[in-house]
Design a protein around this ligand. Structure first.
Ligand code: MN
Length: 361
């Protein structure tokens, strides 16, 4: 059986001899023979396949410890590992992209958002919360003011109080005194306070870790729009006739979708589709990790915040149609709640609709 020298093997696998020595030391790719006197490494041509796999995995930036795991798995399991790694990397990149966009914006823009014609922007809004047709009480909470829009969907024995406490904490952001440059820090602090308020409420219940709330909110400083989100309530943007979802559900089903384990069709009927991975919740240990990001704002944009009582029963194209065909936010929220109730209203339904408009002097 012909073995290859490390030089030959390096050329054939496109890995450098130096990399091959490292992979040997790490147990990633052991030579078949090491000459006891010279220390030269020899490889079997059959090892080329594994060497190429290692080289490819390095090229997508996978850490060596992960590569070792992938090499030990069979095809489908290895594929799943690569898919998971890539999904995490993309999620991480998306977070950093948002932060980079914010920094660019922060460094080169004046503090006041103006349209092309120099007119300042303002928001026009309406909110509506409805118990629906099946639940006995409404555990959703909502707030809409000229600087703050917020939706919370409480769950557990004190769900209504949990949602209300979170929104109550956020209310202090409904002021025009927030310096745009310090917005992200202020949001982080406020969310931490909201989390503490929810924990206090949950702590008085028999099963604290089953009591909590989602929270999806927008803060408008007069020049910047920030989005805070944890859980499975949602924010959408209607722009140029298209409805974009701008939040990511923190649910078990969404994470399985992200990793390609289930299809979007399977997600809509999955038995555990309401299982939350993140929320403001009681019990010890859990660290609150909301998504916080800045959004660019244009005159004519229409935003929708809603609880899952709307988004799980009304299809996105129906929501888009209702959002596009109702000039007045007040009418839009009523239309959306009606649609959810027509679809059976199995859950509490809460909507906030806000239009970005040019401010009249
Ligand atoms: Mn709900």
């Amino acid at each position: 059986m012909g073995t290859m020298t490390i030089g030959e093997f390096a050329r054939a696998s496109r890995l450098s001899p130096k990399a091959l020595r490292l992979y040997d030391e790490l147990g990633l790719l052991r030579p078949v023979r090491v000459d006891p006197t010279t220390g030269y490494r020899y490889y079997d041509p059959a090892q080329l396949e594994r060497a190429r796999l290692v080289a490819w995995l390095r090229r997508i930036g996978m850490p060596l410890a992960h590569i070792r795991d992938v090499c030990e798995l069979d095809g489908p399991a290895a594929a799943q590992k690569v898919r998971t790694f890539w999904a995490r990397l993309e999620a991480d990149t998306a977070t950093r992209r948002d932060l980079a966009a914010f920094l660019v914006d922060h460094l080169c823009r004046k503090d006041t958002t103006m349209t092309d014609t120099g007119t300042p922007l303002a928001i026009r809004y309406a909110a509506l919360s409805d118990t629906g047709l099946v639940q006995e009480s409404n555990q959703d909470a909502v707030y809409a003011g000229s600087h703050l829009l917020a939706v919370a969907d409480g769950f557990g024995t004190a769900g209504a109080s949990a949602g209300a406490a979170a929104i109550d904490t956020l209310k202090r952001l409904d002021t025009d005194g927030i310096p745009a440059g310090n917005l992200l820090n202020i949001l982080e602090d406020t969310i931490r306070q909201a989390d503490r308020a929810v924990r206090d409420i949950a702590g008085a219940e028999p099963s604290p870790h089953e009591v909590g709330t989602t929270l999806t909110a927008m803060v408008w400083t007069g020049s910047r729009l920030a989005l805070v989100h944890i859980g499975d309530s949602r924010a959408y943007l209607l722009r140029d006739g298209e409805l974009f979802r701008i939040t990511h559900d923190h649910t078990f089903v969404q994470s399985m979708l992200d990793e390609g384990r289930i299809t979007p069709e399977e997600a809509t009927t999955h038995p555990q589709r309401s299982l939350l991975l993140r929320a403001l919740v009681g019990g010890a240990g859990a660290d609150v990790a909301p998504d916080i990001r800045l959004h660019d704002v244009r005159s004519g944009d229409r935003y929708l915040l809603c609880s899952d009582g709307l988004s799980t029963v009304v299809p996105t194209d129906t929501m888009c149609q209702a959002m596009s065909s109702t000039p007045d936010p007040e009418y839009a929220v009523r239309r959306l709640v009606t649609l959810a109730n027509r679809a059976g209203g199995p859950d509490n339904i809460t909507c906030v609709v806000a239009d970005v408009t040019e401010q009249r002097q």
